[in-house]
Design a protein. Structure first.
Ligand code: TMP
Length: 244
């Protein structure tokens, strides 16, 4: 790890050059940010928990035929992934109103939406990741029509599948964010699911109590962030022995 080449450092993860061409090592930090980096903090042990939770989700998705960048977990904080060209769009799915959509449209938190909504945000920190439409995605060439169609199809499958996994552990999947990349193999290009799936980028409420078990605990100063992430890992059966 010491001499590894750092390629990119984001708010919650670091990417290093991988051991083989076409691979990267994704390192999960304990750093937490919210509201486009305005609020910063540390959730001790978060990196370890997100690493195992995301491994679990990516593995289950692979089992139903969804292609992801995940190869294997290397240790407590690192996983080996395929190098992809990240599409600069955050794809958000909302099943229940919470977060930004409540402010934007004057909805009550917890209000079921008429149907699951897919939204796009342009990944640009300096602009605060603005909400965009499919028109912007294709007009500016961030993804082609065909790529976007595939992204939406995969996203909806992921929503149904993850909603079921979470229901099975007594948790409601309120909303979440996905990122996709292009995987280049010989003369083929494939859309693959990238980034992570963890309580950092999902809203997860206990089905009985509506207790928040995700990063909203940090965003809203509710406390108990680490315990909430641990609760999700424990319910999924992947709680690491030492959560730090
Ligand atoms: P929002 O209500 O703040 O738009 O968030 C919707 C979902 O997307 C929520 O589960 C958190 C996730 N999300 C991220 O993972 N990264 C982000 O930068 C944003 C804005 C949201």
């Amino acid at each position: 790890m010491a001499n590894r080449k750092k390629l990119y450092e984001g708010k919650a993860k670091i990417l290093y050059k991988g051991p083989r061409p076409g691979t990267l090592v994704q390192y999960f930090k304990d750093d937490a940010t919210a509201f486009n980096n305005e609020k910063r903090g540390v959730i001790t042990g978060k990196g370890v928990l997100n690493n195992t939770i995301s491994e679990y989700m990516m593995t289950r998705l692979t089992e139903i035929g969804i292609t992801t960048h995940f190869i294997e977990r290397l240790n407590m904080r690192e996983q080996l992934i395929k190098e992809v060209e990240i599409i600069p769009i955050e794809v958000v799915v909302r099943n229940i109103a919470a977060g930004q959509i409540c402010k934007r449209l004057g909805l009550d938190e917890g209000q079921p939406l008429p149907r699951s909504l897919v939204e796009y945000y342009y990944k640009a920190d300096e602009l605060g990741d603005p909400l965009i439409s499919d028109e912007h995605v294709t007009a500016f060439g961030w993804a082609s029509h065909q790529e976007l169609e595939e992204i939406v199809a995969v996203t909806l499958r992921v929503n149904d599948f993850l909603s079921g996994i979470f229901l099975g552990i007594g948790v409601r999947l309120i909303d979440f964010k996905l990122e996709f990349g292009r995987l280049f193999t010989d003369d083929n290009v494939q859309i693959v699911l990238a980034d992570e799936i963890s309580p950092d980028n999902c809203r997860l409420w206990d089905i009985k109590t509506n207790e928040k078990l995700d990063k909203d605990r940090f965003r809203r100063d509710l406390g108990g962030e680490r315990e909430a992430y641990q609760d999700i890992a424990r319910r999924l059966g992947v709680l690491p022995e030492m959560g730090n």
